[in-house]
Design a protein around this ligand. Sequence first.
Ligand SMILES: Nc1ncnc2c1ncn2[C@@H]1O[C@H](COP(=O)(O)OP(=O)(O)OP(=O)(O)O)[C@@H](O)[C@H]1O
Length: 619
Amino acid sequence: MSTPRDRRPLSLVQRAKDDAPEAEVRPLDWGIVRRLFGYTRPFARKRNWLIVLTLLRASQLPALAWMTALIIAGPISKHQLSPLFGWIAAYAVMAVLTDGLFHFRQRFALEIGEMVVGQMRSDIFDHVSRMPMSFFHRVKLGRILSRVTSDVESLRAGIEQVFFVGIVQLGQMVFAAAVMAWTDWVLFLVVLGLAPVLWLLNNHFRVRLSRDTRAQQESFSRVTATLAESINGIRVTQGFVRQTTNAGLFRSLLADHSRYSMGAARSSAILLPLLELNSQFFVAILLMLGGWQVLDGQVEIGVLITFFLFANQFFAPIQVLGNLYNQALVSMAGAERVFQLLDIKPDWEDAPSAVELPDPRVQAKSSADLAKARGARVEFRNVAFGYDAKQRVLHDVSFTAEPGQMIALVGHTGSGKSSIINLVSKFYLPTAGEVLIDGYDIRGITGRSLHRQSGMVQQSNFLFAGSVLDNIRFGRPEATEAEVRAAVEKLGCADMFDSLPQGLATVVSERGGGISAGQRQLVCFARALLADPRLLILDEATSAIDALTEARLQQALVTLLAGRTSFVVAHRLSTIRHADLVLVLDAGRVVERGTHAELLSLKKHYAALHEQFVRMGAA
Ligand SMILES: Nc1ncnc2c1ncn2[C@@H]1O[C@H](COP(=O)(O)OP(=O)(O)OP(=O)(O)O)[C@@H](O)[C@H]1O
């Protein structure tokens, strides 16, 4: 068995084809903005203060400009020295206030950004962890990684910068427009008349930029997805000497990404100078008209200076807003992808009426009761199942595993062994028929309560990066070192762990590097033993292990399984011989059942499989 797995070919060529671009989105979507804003609700006080500070700052900058204009047009142009000092002192106070507020605005914005980003990452993790296995067959690891990393990171800039800096800049523009209109409405009308030209020009380039930015992000997500898959599949890559081919394909994805990045950079390199040129063009027109009014004596020079100061306040934000708009597009695309992931509904969930699977060990009064309660009763009644609606992979499967029995599943590859185990673990629900655990229909009990009473040892013997000790107590983190040691001793393998460089404290890597295949398997056995499950699922490792270790593993296995109900996808004859019931599967059907001896005497499917086992063993 190879529990939950991806059956697509592990090839980068395939990946490049698989990764069709994600759905196009509107550049600015207020629904997404509102939803993002919802993330600031837990920090509403700070957020509201931030909004107040932002609005204040939006008025402070134009106020400073106005004070400058008043000082120039007033005491300076009228040569009044003593009022000048008063004005300058007022200006200095205003400047200190402005930058004091700036400090808090900046700090609050960064803090809120950080909190939102942290919350979002934690939501993605929670959401993904609760998904049924079918989700992990569909959604690639790399895609999940890029949601949590680059997409969320692009949102941070959106939250910290776009919104709050945007308000300041817009406020500044509105204030400046009001002062300009009040100072000289004719010149102001000229500014207003030319504004649509600027807007149309910007719009054209921004649509282009938005397209380029999305393409750039998608190509990057393909790069990260491919990287994640390549590292995961590094053994296969090296085993088939595909390094050069894969590196070439990876380079072509990088080249793709560079092309899109260059496209985005080119569009932005046209847009930004154009914006600047526009402002300068306006200034030229204003100089011409304003200069003529001053020369003609219609307007005082002080008024023209005021107008220019505010024209500057009006135009400067256009560029900043342009940059913020670019950032908003990037953030919007990131937010859309994050929300798409968060909105994926599981194919199925526990029914609202689902109850906890009772643990009979809790009620056991005598040690005899306790011994009986150590294993669960599992029954399949006419079960049919398919990973998708079109194709069934199990047909009419019925059997009963009494408490404490060991059921061995044997059959050729693809015969349905893993699928039976996926159903017992409630990783999937049967398409038809019933799976009963202790008489409870599996649909009516919660997955969590079932998993609390079950344990799993996978063929890959998956270990987390950390110490051997922590890996063993993964299912019961509160277990003491003494309890872990007791479990290891019970399995009769304490010496194998003691021989490690730092004993149980030895650190292993994600793929279990640092310890041998046999030791890795023992860690998984000890982990299962410590969790003390009533139902144990074991996918026997096929990896070659020397005869001595094999004998010790077998002994440890007998200890581990004693009294518990177990399902074993058996790859070793010695295990099958111990089974109370062997189910022989062929094309999703149970074609034979019985003990090893009974099945051998039938001289049919099992006998043929047995012969293969023996021959392989001899080889
Ligand atoms: N995630 C999946 N999505 C779609 N079909 C699947 C999936 N997993 C398995 N299958 C299909 O279901 C059928 C039964 O597969 P299953 O994994 O149960 O067989 P198995 O006996 O455990 O095989 P093996 O010994 O190779 O692990 C096969 O035809 C297989 O292609």
